[in-house]
Write a protein that binds this ligand. Structure first.
Ligand code: VGL
Ligand code: ZN
Length: 202
């Protein structure tokens, strides 16, 4: 069985949102077309309380994109985004949610960020996604969505570490920065992750 993981295709991550990924909306039709080819489709949803410590606004005197130490880890400070219940946290209206069987919300602990759909950034708390996928008989995982060098990258790395054969569909993701994504691709390949185009998904 193989699963499609749709990472964080939410209003705040597409142009017009609070933390827009350039061309982020371009992934939507590609993902919609892929969904029908998978046994299981799951989506992740960045879902922060307004008090979240990844928000620069919760650190007086700090600005977005500064880097601090949070829970012992390097933390980029972000503009407020994907606040629980806000329009920016909703999936983009163009994303076809009908085939999505499970939605994993992450980033709910105000004290730590959670880029991966599997674990928080400190690897302290599991979302249960790996167990869910295993129980569904999944062995191959295809990762898509936003942003390429953050939540897609961390989700793919954890999927591989959990023993899933892992693929990243490059035209079904977009990064915040091209250079950041190039580095992420090097690390993903080292981890045995395959980067492929949607037309090459059998
Ligand atoms: C993301 C930064 C902060 C992502 C989420 O979805 O890649 N990036 N929160
Ligand atoms: Zn976030």
């Amino acid at each position: 069985m193989r699963a499609l993981i749709v990472v964080d295709v939410q209003n705040d991550f597409v142009p017009g949102g609070a933390l827009p990924v350039p061309e982020g909306d371009a992934v939507i039709p590609v993902i919609n077309r892929l969904m029908g080819r998978f046994d299981v489709v799951v989506a992740t949803q960045d879902w922060h309380p307004a008090t979240h410590k990844s928000f620069a606004s919760n650190h007086p005197g700090r600005s977005p994109y500064e880097v601090i130490t949070l829970a012992g880890l390097e933390q980029v400070l972000w503009p407020d985004h994907c606040v629980q219940g806000s329009p920016g946290a909703e999936f983009t209206p163009g994303l076809d949610l009908r085939p999505v069987e499970a939605i994993v919300r992450k980033g709910t602990d105000p004290g730590i960020d959670s880029y991966s759909g599997f674990y928080d950034n400190g690897r302290k708390r599991s979302t249960g996604l790996a167990g869910y996928l295993r129980e569904r008989g999944v062995r191959e995982v295809y990762v898509t969505g936003l942003a390429g060098e953050y939540c897609v990258f961390y989700t793919a790395m954890d999927a591989a570490a959990e023993g899933f054969a892992t693929f990243v569909v490059e035209d079904a993701t977009r990064p915040l920065s091209a250079e950041g994504f190039e580095k992420a691709v090097v690390r993903m390949r080292e981890q045995g992750i395959t980067i492929l185009r949607s037309r090459d998904v059998g």
